[in-house]
Design a protein around this ligand. Structure first.
Ligand code: ADQ
Length: 464
């Protein structure tokens, strides 16, 4: 059987399946690696003075990880630069925030080449390679340059921007063209897939075969796959009934003091729409004096990418905004927003989700959004909460029974909170059942199986 080689920017060290620290993606990829006895290769997150291609191998829980350290300049140009200051904002439609520096593009290409040269000797003839996310788009092309004929797939975890936005990127055609070095390229939604296909057809001159979803350009073919990621729904639901979750649930209920808790859980990132969410909630507080003291919002937002200035700015903005709203509306016995900047173990988080009558997931743009699915999976089937979900999250395609909102509209957000507060139990159960069916059916195992099936079924590249 073929081995699986997974390559991503960061490698999450494998821990046991019940480790609270482990994310859903890590669980899924580790399970795939155990099944195909493969290797997970990527950056350790550590720095080195001189990159020398040294690989640290580690084996635990049946998974082998292989990591490398990067130089400061690499981290600055490739990770903080091209990945997080150019591609991330552009791919989330924020052309106003995207920065285009030649050094960033150069660092991105250099690190991708370094990854390829370092991982190449680990790849055996029958191995199948699966590359993850926007940090690594040109890696496949670099591996082909080094003579790698293996089956290779790429999965994009964020949106692919519309054709005219993508065209703003200097080197847009080169980047789009490099996806033709993969055999299968996966997206979370038909919308992101179509956006890439349109650019490839209109701007690169590729031909599209609708029947099997294959794009062809200059003798190279790539299959595009719509493959929405899921969570480990069964595990998450079980976790939400476990002792740590129960403890968190009780803690939240006591501190809620009979009020309805709304929960937001997001990395501190401008794409998550936190500012607009606060403004929508403020509008609700202003317009609904009769019920406003019956609710409060717990917003959990651990900082991320702090080396990037925009991320420092959003932190300051949100601190100011939550302070202003609390200053204007709080009373001696009630604070409308509890704003915390910490990460919590997943099982603890599951209990918090379960205690929240309303889940607020309102990104301005999101590839998928796993928090929406975790919130659904953590609910009590007899008395579930209501999910308020942005139309612009990939998850909105599957979770049609959420209360869908335009996150840019404070009015819609305010109305949605009222709708959720008024929703009776039978309606909540009906909507939750329908969403939970989708979360359970298209879970993370289904996702990786769908992708690896397509990849394993693809043909090896002929020697050129
Ligand atoms: P992210 O942008 O990181 O992922 P998301 O899908 O919501 O967004 O995943 C975040 C994860 O972090 C969730 O599992 C959540 O539980 C966890 N998390 C967030 N805050 C936390 C906290 N305070 N404590 C503990 N855990 C916390 C990118 C894309 C998404 C896509 C995923 C997977 O941007 O669109 O869904 O990859 O493909």
């Amino acid at each position: 059987m073929s081995r699986l080689i997974i390559i991503s920017n960061r490698v999450t060290p494998p821990a046991g399946p019940d480790s609270a620290a482990q994310g859903g993606l890590s669980v899924a990829l580790s399970a795939a690696l155990r099944e195909y006895s493969g290797i997970w290769f990527g950056w350790s997150g550590e720095r080195t003075d001189h990159f020398n291609g040294h690989i640290h191998f580690q084996r635990s829980e049946g998974v082998t990880t292989a990591t490398i350290d990067l130089e400061d300049q690499d981290i600055e140009e490739y990770y903080n630069g091209f990945a997080n200051r150019t591609l991330w904002p552009l791919f989330h439609y924020r052309i106003d925030l995207a920065e285009y520096e030649r050094e960033f593009a150069g660092g991105y290409q250099r690190v991708n080449a370094r990854f390829a040269e370092t991982v190449r000797p680990l790849i055996e003839a029958e191995d199948v390679v699966w590359v993850q996310d926007y940090h690594m788009i040109p890696l496949g092309a670099e591996l082909r340059r080094l003579g790698c004929k293996n089956r290779m797939g790429f999965f994009l975890h964020i949106p692919w921007p519309p054709r005219r936005l993508f065209a703003i990127l200097p080197l847009a055609t080169e980047l789009a063209r490099s996806l033709f070095d993969y055999d299968v390229v996966g997206f979370h939604t038909e919308e992101w897939l179509d956006a890439y296909r349109e650019f490839a057809v209109e701007d690169l001159g590729a031909t599209w075969r609708e029947s099997d979803g294959v794009l062809t350009l200059g003798g190279k073919s790539v299959q595009l796959l719509n493959c929405p990621i899921g969570i480990d729904a069964a595990e998450f639901a079980e976790m939400s009934r476990g002792p740590t979750a129960q403890h968190a649930f009780r803690q939240m209920q006591e501190s809620a003091n009979g009020r309805v808790m709304m929960i937001g859980v997001d990395r501190l990132d401008y794409s998550k729409g936190l500012e607009d969410r606060f403004l929508g909630y403020e509008r609700f507080l202003r317009e609904h004096t009769e019920v406003r003291k019956e609710v409060f919002l717990l917003q959990i937002a651990p900082p991320s990418r702090e080396a990037v200035e925009t991320y420092q700015e959003i932190r300051t903005t949100l601190e100011g905004l939550s302070g202003r709203i609390n200053g204007a509306y709080a009373d001696v016995d009630w604070v409308p927003i509890r704003y915390v900047n910490q990460g919590y173990p997943r099982d603890y988080l599951a209990g918090i989700y379960r205690a929240a009558r309303i889940g607020l997931v309102t990104p301005l743009r999101d590839g998928m959004n796993l928090v929406a699915k975790e919130y659904v999976a953590a609910q009590d089937p007899e008395d579930p909460g209501v999910l308020i979900l942005s139309r612009f999250a990939g998850a909105a395609i599957q979770l049609r029974d959420a209360v869908l909102v335009n996150p840019y509209s404070a009015e819609e957000m305010s109305d949605a909170i009222v709708t959720a507060l008024k929703m009776d139990r039978s309606e909540r159960i009906r909507r939750w059942r329908s969403m939970m069916n989708s979360v359970e059916r298209e879970d993370v195992i289904w996702w990786r199986q769908k992708f690896t099936d397509a990849l394993m079924g693809s043909e090896m590249r002929a020697a050129s």
